[in-house]
Design a protein around this ligand. Structure first.
Ligand SMILES: Cc1cc2nc3c(=O)[nH]c(=O)nc-3n(C[C@H](O)[C@H](O)[C@H](O)COP(=O)(O)OP(=O)(O)OC[C@H]3O[C@@H](n4cnc5c(N)ncnc54)[C@H](O)[C@@H]3O)c2cc1C
Length: 328
């Protein structure tokens, strides 16, 4: 069978589809229209029917709904088997996953099962199916052409807008699935007891560096982030100093992020930090040193002492947000 069509793999997380799924739909639609091929999604969950209805309204041509108790918790083995079953049976040529923990893990297994080429962290897809992805910590963006009949790719977060729900309703096809004897089993999920915004999918990030001077220096940043609805990030120097846990680290050995707005406070902008955030939409730098790399490359550079500037900015944000809330 000729490999044709684009398949979005929708991996439910604790009963819901992560917003990155809707970014996959936008990217898939773009590719499907360019190649004049159909766009489908496969929903993997123990509650796939309800989630399939959501996806069916977002511009895909068909939704394959794989609902099975073995898909209640994520294991790469069982999820990959379920996704591969649909991809192989229908002969899809391009398989799209999110560049999150589940998507990355699944993409490697799927590429093996489908005998497919794999490109990770894709940031753009051309009309001819070639993709752009970063190399050498984002210092180089390469154009990748798949030589294999089937291509698996994970898409970098926030690279495509999220597909909105519309009036159209795609056909939903229930798929029977037998996981067989799995070697791995889902045991439990321990949620983080925090209501902070996840950095990976945040549209706004306020990050702090060594110039904050201490763990206390992060307090005004958390306040600004809260007022903006932003996630908090940090440089490795701040993490290594023990001021903030590693999960906040942005950069080569931390997280790669791509928010619409990245506010770097008291971060100099060494190459290893830039590797994780230079693809952000608008970059604002706040620093006492106007000549440091981040101040040089930022869209907006504000020279000054962070402890004076951040409370002023936070107060202004609160004032304006309050005003718009009243106006609304
Ligand atoms: C293999 C490797 C991997 C690495 N991975 C990472 C990574 O993932 N992420 C990462 O961030 N780094 C990483 N690093 C470290 C990186 O090289 C830098 O050391 C680090 O990013 C510096 O952090 P910083 O900008 O906070 O500190 P500094 O470079 O010390 O900069 C502090 C900044 O604060 C400013 N400042 C000082 N006081 C104030 C004030 N009161 N108000 C406003 N501004 C002020 C200063 O002017 C300065 O620009 C890595 C390094 C290596 C070798």
């Amino acid at each position: 069978m000729a490999n044709k069509g684009i398949l979005v793999v929708a991996v439910a997380q604790r009963g819901a589809l992560p917003p990155a799924t809707y970014e996959l739909v936008t990217a898939g639609r773009k590719l499907a229209d360019a190649l004049k091929e159909p766009l489908a999604a496969v929903v993997l969950s123990d509650k796939a029917s309800a989630l399939s209805a959501d996806l069916a309204a977002r511009g895909v041509d068909k939704v394959y709904s794989v609902e099975h108790p073995s898909l209640a918790g994520f294991t790469e083995e069982v999820y990959a088997k379920a996704a591969a079953q649909v991809a192989l049976k229908e002969g899809f040529g391009k398989v799209l996953l999110a560049s999150n923990v589940a998507g990355r893990a699944l993409s490697a297994r799927l590429a093996v099962l489908l005998k497919a080429g794999l490109a990770a962290d894709v940031s753009d897809i051309a009309a001819d199916g070639k993709v752009s992805r970063p190399y050498y910590s984002g210092n180089l963006v390469a154009e990748v052409e798949f030589k294999s009949p089937v291509a698996v790719m994970t898409l970098a977060p926030m690279s495509f807008p999220r597909a909105e729900a519309g009036a159209a309703k795609a056909e939903i096809v229930p798929v029977a699935f037998d996981p067989g004897a799995a070697k791995t089993a889902f045991v439990s999920f321990l949620p983080e007891t925090s209501n902070e915004i996840d950095m990976g999918s945040a549209e706004r990030i306020v990050a702090g560096g060594r110039g904050l001077g201490s763990a206390d220096g992060f307090k005004p940043l958390f306040e600004l982030a809260h007022s903006l609805g932003a996630a908090v990030g940090a440089s490795r120097a701040a993490v290594d100093s023990g001021w903030i846990p590693y999960k906040y680290q942005v950069g080569l050995t931390g997280k790669s992020v791509r928010p619409k707005l990245y506010i770097a406070v008291a971060i100099s902008g060494q190459i290893q930090h830039l590797a994780g955030m230079s693809s952000s939409g608008t970059i604002v730098a706040i620093n006492t040193d106007k000549d440091c790399p981040l101040m040089q490359m930022a869209n907006v550079s504000v020279q000054g002492e962070y402890s004076e500037l951040i409370p002023l900015i936070t107060a202004e944000v609160k004032k304006r947000r309050g005003a718009s809330a009243v106006a609304a």
